[in-house]
Design a protein around this ligand. Structure first.
Ligand code: BG6
Length: 304
């Protein structure tokens, strides 16, 4: 496991990009910091844990009971669901949401781009022992760029001689003052598969209030979502590229209460808005080609 001193030697850039061993016996975290805000990513899972834009407070929800232990996915942040989303279609015993979120990633690159925004690229390689569960040569990159907003991409490279098919998601947990104060706009008039009713196809008539458990795959939508929070007096805008599915999830009291790593009442302060390729939106990647799934998280002023 790399330690933060080695990574700082090789990849840090002043106090703009730095590494730390924030949790004992756990892979390092990388922090990006500029006058536009700051973001923290764990090398375990390629998992974004925090985004604080300039003039706002934390945008990303992480459970206070999250378990930082190899083999466990972190509850909250932005889990990378890859190369399958949800249950593996062929083998239900394989880990839910794939293996990227429980793997240790490497740093490939850090830098300041031509527009002067700091970025970091983390990578996962097939050569590190996934042959039994994913028998293809691949590289998976996670690129995080800190601009006036946060841009997070996962880039799947097919390095094999045969095509492969993926489903994937950037499973973003957003931090809310309280679900009672929030409304989600952007998915009106969109059909969705209701995971809580065996993927029954339904139609979203209006904006969404979270008042119960919700687990929905919105279909054929590229629209951004606006999460309007009247108490925090902000709108979180989540937009995306190369994704026709948006997943909206809140486990609510019963399901959330059964999860040991979900802090009590945490479901009141979060919602997941996930840029995804799932269900009818699987992606086949031919040899030598790549697929980029991108999400952008931005805080806007509340306009009522
Ligand atoms: C969501 C799924 O994306 O992730 C839900 O739609 C699932 O069905 C949730 O419960 C959390 O998954 P996990 O594996 O992190 O508990």
């Amino acid at each position: 496991m790399s330690n933060s001193a080695e990574l700082n030697n090789k990849f840090s850039i002043g106090n703009i990009i730095t590494f730390s061993n924030a949790k004992p016996d756990y892979p390092p975290f990388v922090r990006l910091k500029s006058e536009k805000g700051e973001a923290t990513i764990s090398l375990y899972g390629g998992h974004l844990l925090s985004y604080i834009p300039l003039n706002s407070t934390e945008v990303i929800w992480v459970s206070e009971s999250a378990i930082y232990q190899t083999g466990k996915a972190i509850r909250g942040g932005i889990p990378v669901c890859w190369p399958w989303f949800g249950k593996n279609p062929d083998d239900k015993n394989l880990p839910q949401h794939g293996f990227a979120r429980t793997s240790i990633w490497k740093i490939s690159e850090t830098g300041i781009d031509t527009e002067k925004y700091p970025f970091v690229v983390l990578s996962l390689f097939s050569a590190t022992g996934f042959e039994n569960i994913w028998p293809y040569k691949f590289q998976l990159d996670l690129k995080v760029v800190l601009k006036e907003y946060l841009e997070v991409s996962i880039i799947t490279y097919n390095l094999d001689e045969k095509p492969f098919e993926i489903t994937n998601a950037l499973h973003t947990y957003l931090y809310l003052s309280h679900v009672e104060n929030c409304v989600i706009e952007g998915l009106e008039s969109v059909e969705y598969l209701d995971s809580l009713e065996n993927n029954k196809l339904k139609y979203e008539k209006s904006s969404i209030k979270i008042e119960m458990e919700i687990d929905r795959d919105y279909q054929n939508t590229q629209s951004p979502c606006l999460i309007k929070d009247s108490e925090f007096n902000r709108i979180i805008k989540v937009s995306k590229e190369n994704s026709n599915t948006t997943v909206v999830w809140n486990p609510w009291q019963d399901t959330g209460g059964r999860m040991v790593d979900f802090q009590e009442n945490g479901w009141n302060n979060m919602v997941c808005i996930e840029a995804a390729n799932t269900n009818t939106d699987k992606r086949e990647i031919p040899p030598g080609q790549k697929h980029i799934l991108k999400t952008r998280i931005e805080v806007l002023e509340f306009d009522n």
